[in-house]
Design a protein around this ligand. Structure first.
Ligand code: AHM
Ligand code: MG
Length: 345
């Protein structure tokens, strides 16, 4: 009889923990709680077309964007699943302006959680893949007390774990706690995440580029040249590349992680810092992609080395296969003097 591999996320996390005798098990429990939140959000996303949940709440979030009902549902679900475990001292969410304290009735722990509850939410109503992203740090303020903003504003390189959940044709959770990147697919029939992609490695070079080309006019001249170069024919460097852009960062990066390629959300002459948020989107995705052997930068500097100044700050991002990210950095470096981001032309 063929061997059936029945590795649930919970079992995998416990087995990983055994490899690190110094581990207290707190991070494992935290990841487990996150997977519970993911299951509930997944259920809700999947029935979105049926329930009276599509559309806007009528409010705006801290970025002045309309909040959709599912965004708020996911935000509340994450908070409710994570507030009482005793592992966290503070949280922050893309949907909330300030840091989120652990209610006084619950114990505080040594970890810090930042999350984007539902990324790519402009796609919700069209049934396109969306995702949840999370980033975990250890606190830097003294144990036993409520966490502070200082705990949240750490460089990405200090993350101890990060991950994302894609709600697509199936629901997949991908995480790394620094030892490899692993993917688990949710079996909807019995509600368990099962190991589907062990030790994911991103190809060193890809054939896919993902960027919103509608912004071409406003780009850095080096970026314009790079994209044109990708579209030229050259057998040795396997060009032209293929363009794939869902407009949902988690789904675009998940695909490129598996197949190889580059995802870009650059600065441009209208948006000097690009669009995506360092703490909720860029740091965790960069942690995952680097752990899988890839590269992530803002064009000049490693994303994980950026010192955050504010919770909701944005950064340009170039992320994916090592070779591809290096190439775009080179193209932009050559044209550096001719571009002033934020300056209208
Ligand atoms: P969101 O956090 O408001 O959902 O925005 C983030 C999303 C990313 O998932 C996606 O890659 C990007 O915005 C798409 O932006 P654009 O429509 O400008 O291409
Ligand atoms: Mg987002």
């Amino acid at each position: 009889m063929p061997q059936i591999r029945f590795m649930t996320l919970s079992r995998f996390i416990i087995e990983q923990e055994k490899l690190h005798p110094e581990a207290t098990g707190e991070l494992s429990k935290l990841l487990h709680d996150l997977s519970l939140a993911a299951k509930v959000i997944s259920l809700e996303v999947n029935k979105a077309g049926l329930a009276d949940i599509l559309g806007f709440t009528g409010d705006s979030n801290v970025h002045g964007e309309d909040v959709r009902k599912l965004d708020m549902f996911a935000h509340n679900m994450m908070f409710n699943a994570m507030d009482h475990g005793g592992h966290l001292c503070i949280m922050a969410s893309e949907e909330e302006e300030d840091i989120i304290h652990i209610p006084a009735k619950f114990k505080v722990g040594k970890y810090v959680l930042l999350f984007d509850p539902l990324d790519g939410s402009s796609n919700i109503d069209a049934n396109v893949s969306i995702g949840t992203i999370f980033s975990i740090f250890k606190r830097i303020t003294p144990d036993g007390k409520p966490g502070t903003l200082k705990d949240c504003l750490q460089k990405g390189v200090r993350q101890v774990a990060a991950g994302y959940i894609v709600y697509g044709s199936s629901t997949i959770m991908v995480y790394s706690a620094g030892h490899g990147v692993h993917g688990f697919t949710l079996d909807p029939s019995f509600g368990e995440f099962l190991l589907s992609n062990e030790s994911i490695r991103i190809p060193q070079k890809g054939k896919i580029y993902s960027i919103n080309e509608g912004n071409y006019l406003y780009w850095h001249p080096g970026l314009k040249k790079y994209i044109k170069w990708l579209q030229e024919e050259d057998n040795d460097s396997e060009r032209p590349y293929t363009s794939r852009y869902i407009g949902s960062m988690v789904a675009d990066i998940h695909r490129n992680l598996l197949y190889g390629g580059i995802y870009m959300y650059p600065a441009d002459s209208r948006n000097p810092n690009g669009k995506l948020r360092l703490m909720y989107e860029c740091n965790p995705m960069s942690f995952i992609v680097e752990a899988a052997g890839g590269r992530a930068s803002n064009g000049k500097q490693r994303i994980l080395e950026i010192k955050p100044g504010t919770l909701h700050q944005r950064t340009p991002i170039f992320i994916g296969s090592e070779y591809d990210v290096r190439m775009v950095e080179e193209f932009m470096a050559k044209e550096e003097k001719t571009f002033s981001p934020g300056k209208k032309r």
